[in-house]
Design a protein around this ligand. Structure first.
Ligand code: SF4
Length: 430
């Protein structure tokens, strides 16, 4: 596909021009913090417990985000640290150890425990890396402790996953086998992972492992024979850790939509020397199903003007999907971070003249949404309601993290998520 690269245009903002010419805005921000990612990470890693070390606000966030699960035995909790001075920090460590002991006593099946730090100042002063090391020696390997940051300072909610996976990445065993293997990196719902595994098997690509795995007792090895295929576009830190372990990153668009999925699989197929005819044969039927599923939604989305406010870091692949496969027009594509390395294959697929903004200056971006009045604005939860009240239709970007959207079989569902607010508007007649 040799389309011209998207042009980054002036948006009359506070701007620093980076080496790729990306426009950068900074100012007020409205984002969820990385603790949110515990919700999908703990569903995926079935033998992990997440202990947030934070404030009552953190506890409320986790409980309300995962509210429906409080009736089951949750695999997450919050150790609430009240305000205290530096002299009280030793007590904090004792309290943390006591809390861990209580959890372990009550849940003897726990084999992996993540200590997740947050942004209150008392927590920032605590060294959770040290705490994890101390607990690792205390429990003699019976329970493995990891630490990572879910802080909301200068981060977005998907970075919680990046922070978690980069920590796991540092502890993966070293691959000794020289046979090339594929490591798919990024949380995928089990149903999607199974579909991809079947396609890789049919193509003869393997061995294949997924990070995170469903169980941390199955940690994949990483080394110079490892080829990385990112399933999520917000894993820059994790990718850098794995590249530092000798792995090689495959350039591919993300597996969103029929085209994205096809090209994502093709990147792996090329690397593993899969015969082109076999590739066409194996992908033909699911590709056809995906295209058929998209047809009905394309009618509804064609010509619709869509804006993305920076939030999930999925914005660029989603914008590519909406414009190329659904016929939508992009008014503006805002993304919290623009990682040139891991979005290399996506940028040329955006239409020329796409207004691409990195960073957030909330008021200016909202002013532009009010001025341009797109048919749909993809944005954070906190911004959606005020925009709806002004007669603008919105889609919560966080919903895209909680829904299976990757792969051929989910292409129609992905398009439907963007159609729903438009359909509701039509039905309600406003
Ligand atoms: S980590 Fe920070 S932003 Fe997130 S809930 Fe806790 S206090 Fe709030």
């Amino acid at each position: 596909m040799n389309l011209p690269a998207a042009k980054l245009v002036d948006c009359q903002a506070e701007i620093a021009v980076s080496d790729i010419g990306a426009r950068h805005e900074s100012g007020e921000r409205a984002v969820f913090c990385g603790l949110t990612s515990i919700i999908w990470l703990h569903r995926k890693i079935q033998d992990a417990f997440f202990l947030v070390v934070g404030s009552r606000t953190c506890a409320h966030l986790i409980q309300s985000a995962a509210g429906v699960m409080i009736f089951a035995e949750p695999r997450f909790a919050t150790a609430v640290l009240e305000e205290r001075d530096l002299a009280g920090l030793a007590d904090c460590h004792d309290e943390l150890d006591r809390m861990v002991a209580r959890i372990v006593e009550r849940r003897p099946e726990i084999r992996n425990l993540f200590l997740v730090s947050s942004c209150p100042s008392e927590v920032i002063k605590l060294d959770l890396e040290n705490a994890a090391q101390r607990l690792n020696s205390r429990y003699h390997g019976r329970i493995r402790f990891f630490d990572y940051s879910g802080s909301g300072i200068e981060t977005t909610f998907t970075q919680g996953e990046d922070s978690c996976l980069s920590r796991i990445g540092r502890q993966l065993p070293t691959a000794t086998d020289e046979t090339p293997s594929l490591l798919v990196v990024g949380t995928l719902p089990d149903v999607v992972e199974d579909q991809f595994q079947r396609l890789f098997d049919a193509l003869g690509i393997g061995p294949v492992a997924f990070l995170p795995p469903r169980s941390l007792s199955d940690l994949p090895a990483v080394g110079e024979s490892t080829r990385l295929l990112l399933a999520q576009p917000y894993l820059g830190e994790t990718a850098r850790v794995l590249l530092g372990r000798g792995a090689r990153l495959l350039d591919a668009p993300y597996p969103l939509g029929a085209e994205g999925t096809l090209e994502w699989l093709r990147a792996a197929a090329r690397e593993f020397n899969v015969d082109e005819a076999l590739f066409e044969q194996i992908t033909a039927a699911p590709l056809q199903r995906a295209r058929l599923a998209l047809e009905g939604y394309r009618e509804r989305l064609a010509g619709k003007r869509i804006s993305f406010l920076p939030d999930s870091q999925l914005e660029i692949p989603l914008a590519r999907f909406l414009t190329r496969e659904c016929g939508a027009e992009l008014v503006e594509v805002g993304t919290p971070y623009f990682d040139r390395q891991i979005l290399k294959a996506e940028l040329p697929l955006l239409p020329p003249q796409t207004r691409l903004i990195e960073g957030q200056h909330l008021n200016r971006q909202l002013d532009r949404v009010r001025e341009t009045r797109p048919d749909l604005t993809v944005c954070g939860l906190g911004i959606a309601n005020p925009l709806e009240a002004e007669g603008l239709r919105t889609k919560w970007s966080i919903e895209l993290l909680f829904s299976p959207i990757q792969g051929f079989e989910q292409a129609g569902d992905l398009a439907e998520l963007f159609c729903r607010p438009l359909l509701r508007q039509q039905k309600l007649g406003f």
